[in-house]
Design a protein around this ligand. Structure first.
Ligand code: HEM
Length: 511
C-alpha cells in the first residue's frame, strides 16, 4: 500500500499533465476572445487550417466574429481579422509581441540553422544598408546585367530570330528571376578562375540552372517542412537537398566568386565575427537564398500571366515602358547593344507599379505571427478590448482580412491593373472601409518589425523582368481563353502562391 500510493499519485499527475497539454482544461476566461479548440485534442483545427487557411478563417469568422482563438497543433492562436485594427498589431511593442521566437523555431525546422538568438538586428542593419538607397542601386544594376544574360541566352542560340518559342510560364518566369537574383546576390564565377569571361558566363548559367532545379524540389516540400509533416521519403529527399545547398553555397565556395553582394558578404562576416561555426554559417546562406528567391519567381509568373490575360493592361504598360525607353535615348536594335535599364528609369513607371501592387494583392498570402510574451490587452479600433494570454500567439492573415475585403477593394477577386492609380495617374494610397481610412490596405510584404526588408529590391526585380520582357519580346498565352489557375492551397500562409497547374505560352523577339 505504501508503495502503491506514490505510484498512483505519479500516474494521476502525469495524466493531469497530459490532459493539460492536450488542452482539455483550457476554458475561455472573461474578457478573452471566443475560444474554439476543435474536436481533436492538442491538434485542434490544424488539419483544416493547413488544408485551406482562407476557408478555415472564413468559417471561424462566420461562427465567432473577427477575433477568435483557435487551437492549432498545441498552440492557441488568436486571429485578428478587422482591417481597421491592424495598427494595434503592427505597432505593439516587441516586449509584448515577439516575432523572433517564432521565426527562429521555423528557421531551424526548415533550414537547420540554429540562431544565437540576437541576430535580428544584423539582418535589419545589413538589409537597410544593401537593399536600400545606394546599395539597392548597385544590386539593381547587377540584376539588370544578369537578367539580360539569362533572358537572351536561348535567343543567341536560336537560328531563326523571329520564330515563336513555347514554354511553361511558371517554370520560365521562376527560372529567370531565380537565376538572375541568385547571381546578383551570391556572385558570379570569376573569369580569372575559368580562363575567360565567356567560360565564366557559361559556368554561371550551368550552375544556376542546376541550383534552380534543386531549389524547385525543395520549394515543393516547403509547406510540409514548415508544418513538420514530411513523409519519411520526402524527409530523406529534403535532407539530401539541404546538404547539397549547404555545400554549394558554402562560405568557402561563395568567397571564390566575383561581385558578391554586400548583403550576403556582411551577413557572413558578422556571423564569423560572432564566432559562429563555418558549417552553421553555410546553413544560414540557405536561409538567405530562400528568403530572397522563394517569392519573387512565383510573383513574376502571375505578373506575366495577368498581363497576358488582360490586353488593356498589357497595352498600357507597353506604352509606358516604350516612352521611358525613348526618353532615355535608347533603342533596341538587332545586333545592337543591350539596354541600360537604370533605377531612375524604373521610377518613372506608375502603371507598372500599380500592376505589380495589384498582382501582389492577389497572390501574396503570408500569415503574420507573433508570440505573446506577456499577458496583454488588445485594443480594437472600435473600442473593444480582448485579453490575450502570455504563451499564446497572435496572427493576422492579410490575404483574407485586407486584400479580399470588397469594401476596401471592390470586386476583390478581379485583376484591375489601375486599382492603385488615381485618376490623374499618380499612385493611389487612400482606401476606405465603412467611411474610415484604411492604413494597411495592401500587405504582400507583411508589416511592422518583420516587414520584408527586401521589398524594394523585389519590386525592382519584378519591374525589370516585365520591362525587359516587353522591350525584347512579344508574348502571348497559347490558349487566349486560359482560365486563371487555382493556387496551391497548402501555400496559403507562406507568401507568394503557386498555380496548381502550368500555363503554356509563347514568345519571340520583337525586332
Ligand atoms: C515578391 C517578393 C517577396 C515577397 C512577397 C516577400 C514577402 C515577405 C514576407 C511576407 C515576409 C515576412 C513578413 C512578416 O512575417 O511580417 C518576408 C520576410 C523577409 N524577406 Fe521578403 N519577400 C519578397 C522578396 C524578398 C527579397 C528579394 C529579399 C532579399 C533580397 C527578401 C528578404 C526577406 C527577409 C530577410 C525577411 C525576413 C525578415 C525578418 O526576419 O524580419 N524578401 N518577406
Amino acid at each position: 500500500m505504501t508503495l502503491l500510493l506514490p505510484i498512483l499519485l505519479g500516474f494521476l499527475a502525469s495524466l493531469i499533465g497530459g490532459l493539460y497539454l492536450l488542452g482539455v482544461f483550457r476554458q475561455r476566461r472573461p474578457g478573452e476572445p471566443p475560444l474554439d479548440k476543435g474536436f481533436i485534442p492538442w491538434l485542434g483545427h490544424v488539419l483544416e487550417y493547413r488544408r485551406d487557411t482562407a476557408k478555415f478563417l472564413e468559417r471561424m469568422k462566420q461562427k465567432h466574429g473577427d477575433v477568435f482563438t483557435a487551437q492549432l497543433g498545441g498552440f492557441y492562436i488568436t486571429f485578428m481579422q478587422d482591417p481597421l485594427s491592424l495598427g494595434a498589431f503592427v505597432k505593439e511593442s516587441r516586449k509584448r509581441l515577439d516575432f523572433n521566437t517564432f521565426a527562429r523555431h521555423l528557421v531551424y525546422r526548415i533550414f537547420g540553422y540554429k540562431s544565437m538568438g540576437n541576430e535580428h538586428p544584423i539582418l535589419m542593419s545589413t538589409s537597410q544598408k544593401h537593399l536600400n538607397g545606394a546599395g539597392l542601386e548597385v544590386l539593381t544594376q547587377s540584376m539588370m546585367h544578369n537578367l539580360q544574360n539569362i533572358m537572351l541566352q536561348e535567343i543567341d542560340k536560336a537560328g531563326d530570330q523571329r520564330s515563336w518559342m513555347e514554354d511553361e510560364l511558371f517554370k520560365y518566369s521562376y527560372n529567370i528571376i531565380f537565376r538572375a537574383g541568385y547571381l546578383s546576390l551570391f556572385g558570379n564565377v570569376s573569369p580569372m578562375s575559368e580562363g575567360s569571361a565567356e567560360k565564366a558566363k557559361e559556368k554561371d548559367k550551368a550552375e544556376s540552372e542546376d541550383l534552380f532545379h534543386k531549389f524547385l524540389k525543395y520549394d515543393h516540400v516547403f509547406p510540409s517542412l514548415a508544418h513538420g509533416i514530411l513523409m519519411p521519403r520526402e524527409k530523406m529527399e529534403a535532407e539530401k537537398l539541404k546538404t547539397f545547398f549547404w555545400n554549394t553555397l558554402s562560405l568557402q565556395k561563395v568567397k571564390t566568386k566575383d561581385n558578391i553582394s554586400g548583403w550576403v558578404l556582411d551577413m557572413q562576416r558578422a556571423r564569423e565575427e560572432m564566432g559562429i561555426k563555418e558549417s552553421m554559417i553555410d546553413r544560414y546562406i540557405l536561409v538567405l537564398l530562400w528568403v530572397s528567391q522563394g517569392n519573387t519567381g512565383p510573383s513574376a509568373f502571375w505578373l506575366l500571366f495577368f498581363l497576358m490575360k488582360h490586353p488593356e493592361a498589357m497595352a498600357a504598360v507597353q506604352g509606358e515602358i516604350d516612352n521611358v525607353l525613348k526618353e532615355s535615348g535608347q533603342e533596341v536594335l538587332l545586333g545592337g547593344p543591350l539596354i541600360n535599364l537604370t533605377c531612375d528609369m524604373l521610377m518613372k513607371t506608375p502603371i507598372l507599379d500599380s500592376v505589380v501592387e495589384e498582382t501582389l494583392r492577389l497572390i501574396s498570402a503570408p500569415t503574420l505571427i507573433r508570440s505573446v510574451v506577456e499577458n496583454m490587452t488588445f485594443k480594437m479600433a472600435d473600442g473593444r478590448e480582448y485579453h490575450i494570454r502570455k504563451g499564446d500567439r497572435l496572427a493576422v492573415f492579410p490575404h483574407s482580412t485586407v486584400h479580399s475585403d470588397p469594401e476596401i477593394h471592390p470586386d476583390p477577386k478581379s485583376f484591375k491593373y489601375d486599382r492603385f492609380l488615381n485618376p490623374d495617374g499618380s499612385k493611389k494610397t487612400v482606401f476606405y472601409k465603412a467611411g474610415k481610412r484604411v492604413k494597411y490596405y495592401n500587405m504582400p510584404f507583411g508589416a511592422g518589425v518583420s516587414m520584408c526588408p527586401g521589398r524594394f529590391f523585389a519590386n525592382n526585380e519584378l519591374k525589370q523582368f516585365v520591362f525587359l520582357m516587353l522591350v525584347y519580346f512579344e508574348f502571348e498565352l497559347k490558349n487566349p481563353d486560359e482560365k486563371i489557375p487555382d493556387p496551391v492551397l497548402s501555400r496559403l500562409g507562406f507568401g507568394a502562391l503557386h498555380p496548381i497547374s502550368e500555363i503554356q505560352f509563347r514568345y519571340r523577339l520583337r525586332f
